[in-house]
Write a protein that binds this ligand. Structure first.
Ligand code: G6P
Length: 613
């Protein structure tokens, strides 16, 4: 979602801002803009991509050693040039970029109109910039003090960066519920961004702004932090572990393809140091302190959104199966508004690649307020969710840039597998011999993913046959039901083909009515306890002339005879099948999207990091 960048120092700000906006493109957006500080502000903004902004600017004025830039994902008001950020105050003195939503913007707007302000855009952001101007004028205070007072009057979520003609070179930033990182350069030049990706090539020293904090940033001077209650805060400077190479495509056509191919490595990294075959144990550092809480919990609730919710479903199967602890998986957006019964005997685990998803964060905060132990499984180190939880484990998948999640999913499932094994072993609900067999099985998954990737050419051929389909049905049972959901989601997200994931047996209660010779049906029919049942479901599809694409275990003959196309993947224990079976489905959606000339890495309307509810 909206991306924020800022720079102030002695260098030319424009190239830094443009590169920063390009790094944030993966978050999803529909318009872009920059403001540069010369004697006064120069503003450029337009609907479209960063490249459209560059074309729009052409040979226009881009000088200045301080500036702010923004990619906007529309909430209030359609994507157009006027609604694009930055927004300026009525006098032109103040310019502001914003990620989030000001909920009481309407009442503030009416009050400002009453005081003579006029508005050009439909955005809540223009209201905030004018409120700051009104306070700055009427109270004759500094920019940072006016911002502090304004933020005490607004309700909602925000990360903002502000400049004023009256204080050239100064940037003021603030945050509540939306992320903001400040990089400190060697000469006390400052780089601001919604996440660390635009900052890493300039400095590794960063400060993650906390909710309710305001930063006054003046080049050459120390970073000054204070709260909206006016308490001074000592900046906590952290070192980034991110490497610049992780943010490049490394020869792949798309980030998504690179990330699909990274999975043997990313799953290995999720396992590293946690799975000890010699000692026959699993150690998940950040969870270990909460092991007793988890084992004695009334119930474990997993909250997540999108692909992470699908990983949560696999987690439910794993934890209930191996550790015999009741688990519920909830859409974070539903959980937070449905008055759930949560007590201090509950453990709530948030799963989030970005660690910034607004609904997931709010669900956790609700659970925390009710006394539950809250844990996180996040990918982005230092993200808000990872800082809000009592404990948790990082997935260590490395930065995921493609909007459609791939390697983050398999890493989340890997960590959930480790968690279920750790709890099952501790509780004694898995026999030792089975536990050890599963440890060895999990350890072999990266190599099996490598083999699953070798289906790529076949999957590409199959994709060519179905690229023009209007609908797809994905079926799976047991551990492969979440895989069916995830396969369907991937296709929808990046190729814009309608697809539904269904439990194979449940198909009879609805989707079967849709099946005819036009309907491709993807069935995950790997070897496992429900194999025979899935075979029966396949027959039901065939009887209605559905076109079958089956994911089967290497050496399968039965399904091969029935399916129109089969994709063979290595055999695993059933509980690890999602880790391997999802790979050809990721490839299928990728190739179909490429063949349909869709924007694979930045699909329309979607955002990588959904920081508004
Ligand atoms: C967005 C992304 C999805 C992601 C979901 C949850 O919808 O496009 O890829 O699965 O948010 O994000 P999270 O960062 O919390 O895992």
């Amino acid at each position: 979602m909206c991306g924020i960048v800022g720079y102030t120092g002695s260098k030319d700000a424009y190239p830094i801002l443009i590169k920063g906006l390009q790094r944030l493109e993966y978050r999803g957006y529909d318009s872009a803009g920059v403001a540069l500080m010369n004697d006064k502000t120069t503003l450029h903004k337009c609907k479209g991509k960063v490249v459209d902004l560059q074309n729009h600017i052409g040979s226009g004025l881009t000088t200045g050693t301080a500036g702010i830039g923004h990619t906007r994902w529309a909430t209030h008001g359609e994507p157009n040039d006027v609604n694009a950020h930055p927004h300026t105050s009525m006098s032109g003195d103040i310019v502001l970029i914003h990620n989030g939503i000001i909920e009481n913007y309407d009442s503030v707007r009416k009050e400002l109109i009453h005081r003579g302000y006029t508005f050009h855009s439909e955005t809540d952001t223009e209201v905030l910039v004018n409120l700051i101007e009104e306070i700055k004028k009427s109270e004759a205070c500094s920019l940072s003090e006016a911002i502090r007072k304004a933020l005490n009057e607004v309700i909602g979520a925000y990360a903002i960066v502000v400049m004023s003609n009256s204080e050239p070179g100064t940037l003021v930033a603030a945050k509540k519920s939306s992320p903001l990182v400040i990089g400190i350069g060697p000469d006390k030049d400052y780089y601001l961004a919604s996440d660390a990706t635009p900052i890493v090539e300039y400095t590794k020293n960063v400060v993650y702004l906390e909710d309710g904090e305001i930063a006054e940033i003046i080049p050459g001077k120390d970073l000054k932090l204070f709260t909206i209650q006016k308490q001074n805060v000592t900046p906590y400077i952290q070192e980034l572990e991110l490497q610049l190479e992780q943010l490049e495509k490394s020869g792949y056509d798309h980030f998504m393809l690179k990330e699909i191919y990274e999975q043997p490595r990313s799953v290995r990294d999720s396992l590293r140091g946690r799975l000890n075959l010699a000692a026959g144990l699993v150690h998940l550092g950040g969870m270990a302190d909460y092991e007793q809480k988890l084992l004695n919990a009334n119930r474990i609730t997993i909250v997540a959104c999108g692909t992470s919710w699908h990983a949560g479903l696999v987690g439910e199967y794993l934890i209930e199966d191996l550790a015999r602890i009741p688990v519920e998986v909830e859409y974070a957006s539903e959980f937070r508004y449905r008055n759930p019964i949560i007590t201090e005997k509950d453990v709530v685990i948030a799963i989030s690649q970005s660690g910034e998803t607004a609904d997931t964060l709010a669900a956790l905060e609700l659970a925390k307020s009710k006394g539950a132990t809250i844990l996180g499984i996040c990918n982005v180190v230092g993200s808000t969710i990872s800082r809000t939880t009592h404990g948790g484990s990082y997935t260590h998948a490395g930065p995921e840039i493609g909007v459609a999640s791939t390697k983050a999913f398999t890493s989340q499932v890997t960590v959930l597998s480790l968690l279920a094994l750790m709890l099952g072993n501790k509780k004694g609900s898995i026999e030792r011999s089975k536990f050890l067999r599963l440890l060895y099985g999990l350890n072999e998954i990266p190599e099996k993913i490598e083999r699953a990737l070798q289906t790529n050419d076949l999957v590409e051929l199959i994709s060519a046959k179905f690229k023009d389909a209007s609908n797809f049905l994905y079926l799976g049972r047991g551990y492969c039901f979440p895989v069916a959901l995830e396969g369907a989601l991937k296709l929808k997200e990046i190729s814009y083909i309608h697809a539904e994931g269904y439990p194979a047996a449940e198909m009879k209660h609805g989707p079967i009515a849709l099946i005819d010779e036009e309907m491709p049906v993807v069935v995950i029919a790997t070897k496992g306890p429900s194999y025979e049942k899935v075979v029966s479901n396949i027959q039901e599809v065939k009887a209605r002339k559905g076109v079958l694409i089956a994911i089967v275990t290497e050496g399968d003959t039965q399904v091969k005879e029935m399916a129109d196309y089969t994709i063979e993947i290595p055999e695993t224990d059933e509980i690890f099948s999602p880790l391997v079976a999802s790979v050809p489905l990721q490839l299928l959606s990728y190739h179909i999207a490429v063949m349909r000339e869709c924007n694979v890495d930045q699909p329309r309307n979607l955002a990588k990091s959904v920081t508004v509810e």
